[in-house]
Design a protein around this ligand. Structure first.
Ligand code: DAH
Length: 385
């Protein structure tokens, strides 16, 4: 026997003879009352609640679905807004009552299971989420940035993927210059360009932060006073003092009247701020294609007070008895570099430096293996909160 549904909601409004606002509202009021009765008759546990939910708002054959199908959809167009609104009101009522019931059942369950009491035990310590801290390298960057910002430098950052032009040529390092051998370079293998006519620019991972000297001067007329913290890459085999990724801070100051004295004064100020005012500094002649003259900056060993001897006798392990520690390369900007950025080499002068941050951090914090910076072992990181 076919399942004949004789309920009101199986019929259309026309079948029911409801053709105006009053009659339609009456039909909905009856449905609402039926629902309220249902709720008060059987809603004492979760499964009764679920049955009610299916009966009233079940997607296929819930009462509200039937009303939509049989009352709303076939309704004459002038009645449809009235039916729609009444249906929405009924739906909101059903949903809010069921939700209210669900919460009441849950609260009841929690109370009966004694969970509520435990949940309110204010003497428990609570969940303590671990708070992270800056990586030591980031902390050292920050320390250096603060020192240079305090004397008028600004901080800029640049791309880690560079062109050979910025990484080498514009820094006065032409192709086949022997200095390129010291910077074993990662070149990037790029997918073929879709546009056959586009110029093919080889790209590389920058081997130093110096390309930002060029990018900064291209954008800005003197005076320039910037430092550039960032990551750099070289194809070095990893060991205690080498990593294929490491960190540098580049510095550049260019103006119309910058002298070698400004240069040494600035560097000395930085070193004393960083290692303490007791240290002495010195520089030795060196060579970089983009500075002339070039120097290597040393600091008197802050660990043995520049004596070369450890506190307990024997030679100092930090400076290996040399009393001095080699810090970084620097120099007066080579006039040839100004030619690449359209600065007038007759009118401007300046200095530049490139500090290896990992080495500096290792020195200052007594770390003997550069690899720990990249392993991110929390037992190491936690030592520098
Ligand atoms: N770019 C150099 C390197 O990575 C370091 C350096 C030396 C930077 C002298 C400078 C500088 O700005 O003046 O080896």
């Amino acid at each position: 026997m076919p399942n004949v549904d004789n309920s009101t909601t199986a019929k259309t409004l026309a079948d029911l003879g409801a053709g105006n606002l009053t009659e339609i509202n009456l039909l909905f009021r009856v449905q609402r009352k039926d629902f309220d009765l249902d709720v008060s008759a059987s809603c004492s546990d979760f499964s009764a609640l679920e049955n009610l939910r299916v009966k009233w708002i079940g997607r296929r054959s819930g009462v509200l679905a039937k009303i939509t199908e049989n009352w709303l959809k076939p309704a004459a167009s002038e009645l449809r807004p009235i039916v729609g609104q009444a249906l929405n009101e009924l739906k909101a009522h059903v949903e809010s009552v069921l939700e209210e019931r669900r919460r009441a059942l849950e609260a009841d369950f929690v109370a009966r299971a004694g969970l509520g009491k435990e949940g309110l035990d204010l003497s428990l310590p609570g969940v303590i989420r671990p708070i992270g801290s800056h990586h030591l390298i980031r902390q050292v960057f920050q320390e250096i940035e603060d020192i240079f910002v305090s004397i008028g430098f600004s901080v800029v950052e640049g791309p880690e993927i560079e062109t050979p032009y910025y990484n080498f040529e514009a820094l006065n390092i032409p192709e086949f210059h022997p200095v390129r051998d010291d910077m074993d370079t990662f070149y990037l293998e790029l997918p073929p360009l879709s546009d056959k006519n586009a110029a093919k620019t080889p790209l590389l991972l920058r081997t130093h932060t110096s390309p930002m000297q060029i990018r900064t001067m291209e954008k800005q007329k003197p005076p320039v006073r910037v430092i550039v913290p960032g990551k750099v890459y070289r194809r070095d085999n990893p060991d205690a003092t080498h990593s294929f990724i490491f960190h540098q801070v580049e510095g550049l100051a260019v103006d119309t009247d910058i002298t070698f004295c400004d240069f040494t004064g600035t560097i000395e100020y930085f070193v004393k701020q960083f290692f303490g005012s007791g240290v002495k500094t010195r520089f030795r002649p060196s060579y970089f294609p983009f500075t002339e003259p070039s120097v290597e900056f040393d600091v008197s060993c802050p660990f043995c007070g520049g004596s070369g001897t450890a506190a307990g006798g024997g030679s100092c392990s930090k400076c290996k008895g040399a009393a001095w520690i080699e810090l970084f390369g620097a120099g007066m900007v080579d006039p040839a570099v100004y030619g690449f950025v359209n600065y007038d080499a007759k009118k401007v002068s300046g200095f530049a430096f490139g500090i290896g941050i990992d080495r500096l951090a290792m020195l200052k914090y007594g770390i003997d293996d550069i690899q720990v910076f990249f392993q991110n072992d929390v037992r190491f990181l936690r030592q520098f909160p």
